[in-house]
Write a protein of this length. Structure first.
Length: 67
């Protein structure tokens, strides 16, 4: 069964990660967070699966004693 992909708004990503929207954009530019995707001329968002994978990686690093 194919999984439905969801695109999250910046505020949704901010709520999930506890990181401000401006900092999310900065982290993405610096390569420390998944890049957003353009969904129209004036809108962009993040794939939920990319954000969840990033969160999982943070948890994995934390649990293994890494930074």
């Amino acid at each position: 069964m194919e999984q439905t992909m969801r695109i999250l708004k910046a505020q949704q990503v901010s709520d999930l990660t506890s990181i401000s929207r401006s900092h999310l954009h900065r982290m993405a530019r610096e390569g420390n967070f998944p890049k957003s995707i353009k969904i129209s001329q004036c809108r962009s968002g993040w794939l939920e699966e990319d954000v969840q994978a990033w969160i999982s990686e943070c948890v994995r690093k934390h649990r293994s004693g890494g930074n």
